[in-house]
Design a binder for this molecule. Structure first.
Ligand code: FAD
Length: 391
């Protein structure tokens, strides 16, 4: 049975259906029983717990938004809570799902033909195919649309892809990568499903990260990689279509940021109610209470924002700027919350034994990926002013 989180202070989860709540209870049990015990060791080893992938797939958290892979009727708000529940225990595991579900299944769900959706979505859902999403390049991050240098040249029934990608999550162990490349003919960005065993494809792990250490990010080189026309996403005609995928995933990153805030907050409450200084628990001191209350305020405001941006998706009125605002706002609030929660744990707040340090470190990646907080603010600024500050 589903128990509302005490950090869901205004009780937003009460609006979820019974089936949605039952699913979240199952996800929470898996995160507590299977993930929590192995995180610390894998985080320090810079390794993803591959043994968890079948269990993750069994939860139905990959592809719940698509008819081809959904297990039961569900709302975008539920799918946001899934990201929150997973991130509340570990942001690397939720990022693995964010890539597999949001970015990869999302690209195929949004931009794939009916045949491509039928072929790939069920296999992504059961993780018999693991995917990665290759947009960012060594020389273009925020400038992913105009600055994209990877090219795709049509050659008969095939495409020849040349270029490089950087930061690509899951790519060291993925079976396929959705690669975004510029068509040499019309200059538009298009999407391709590229098997990682293709001749000319190499992925090299990025070492020594200080954030999301469990996620396996890679530098990719594509040297004359050939894929058939059937592997080109048939509904991706320009970067506008890539942006349709990112609109969905940015809202889910906002939900993940709330999960990270809650994970850090719960660790801080646990610690400050147990440890005493000056003859009473840390949480009994006024200045500590102020930081905990401000954290709960940020969490509560961010849940409200996320619930509404997801409702807008279900109602068909979510636009790019709506999800960009949610991503920019929630990740910025997250950075404040993790630093306050780390602070109230004192010295023990900088060792991962007390959990809060891991959330503090992992928050930096969420703040940066899927468009930095600044770039998402500029998308909102464009909607406010009618003028793009970045194009
Ligand atoms: P830059 O674009 O070089 O930006 C550096 C700084 O300058 C930022 O603060 C940025 O906000 C600021 N800046 C840039 N332009 C402007 C401007 N016009 N106005 C104001 N400020 C500006 N990418 C993928 O394709 N697939 C993945 O799976 C993936 N996973 C990732 C996982 C991790 C852990 C990380 C760290 C990144 C991942 N990324 C992935 C890449 C991520 O999306 C980029 O890092 C991000 O978009 C920022 O690009 P950049 O790192 O090149 O920074």
């Amino acid at each position: 049975t589903f128990t509302p989180l005490t950090s869901d202070f205004y009780g937003f989860a009460a609006d979820l259906s019974e089936a949605e709540q039952a699913s979240l209870a199952e996800i929470r049990a898996f995160m507590d029983d299977e993930v929590r015990p192995v995180i610390d060791e894998h985080w320090h080893a810079d390794a993803f717990p591959m043994q968890l992938i079948p269990g993750i797939a069994a939860l139905g958290v990959v592809g719940p938004g698509w008819a081809e892979s959904a297990r039961f009727e569900n709302s975008a708000v539920y799918r946001g809570w899934v990201a929150l529940e997973m991130s509340r225990i570990d942001a690397s595991v939720s990022t693995f799902v964010g890539v597999q579900n949001g970015l990869v299944a999302g690209s195929i769900g949004v931009c794939g033909s009916a045949e491509q959706r039928a072929e790939w979505l069920p296999r992504l859902a059961d993780c018999s195919v693991v995917g990665a999403f290759g947009l960012t390049e060594p020389l273009s991050g925020s400038d992913a649309a105009q600055g994209l240098r990877t090219t795709a040249r049509r050659d008969g029934d095939e495409w020849v892809i040349d270029g490089a990608k950087r930061w690509i999550g899951n790519a060291t162990h993925a079976d396929v990568v959705v690669v975004w490349a510029k068509d040499t003919e019309d200059g538009q960005v298009k999407g391709f499903i590229v098997p990682t065993d293709s001749p000319g494809f190499t992925a090299t792990k990025i070492e020594r990260k200080i954030s999301l250490r469990m996620v396996q990010n890679a530098d990719i080189v594509l040297d004359g990689v050939r894929v058939p026309e059937s592997m080109r996403l048939q509904g991706a005609a320009s970067f506008r279509d890539t942006a349709r995928v990112l609109r969905l995933t940015r809202a889910e990153v906002a939900w993940s940021a709330v999960g990270v805030m809650i994970g850090a907050y719960e660790a801080a409450v646990r610690y400050t109610t147990e440890r005493e200084q000056f003859g009473k628990p840390l949480a009994g001191h006024q200045l500590v209470q102020d930081l905990l209350a401000k954290s709960l305020g940020h969490i509560t405001a961010s849940i409200a924002l996320c619930v509404q941006v997801s409702r807008m998706l279900d109602e068909g009125r979510q636009e790019d700027a709506h999800s960009a605002l949610a991503k920019a706002y929630a990740t910025t609030r997250m950075r404040e919350v993790v630093s306050w929660c780390r602070e109230v744990c004192g010295g023990n707040g900088i060792v991962t034994d007390y959990d809060v340090a891991r959330f503090f470190a992992d928050a930096e990646a969420l703040y940066t990926y899927e468009g930095t907080a600044q770039m998402n603010a500029l998308i909102v600024g464009r909607a406010i002013s009618g003028t793009s500050a970045f194009a």
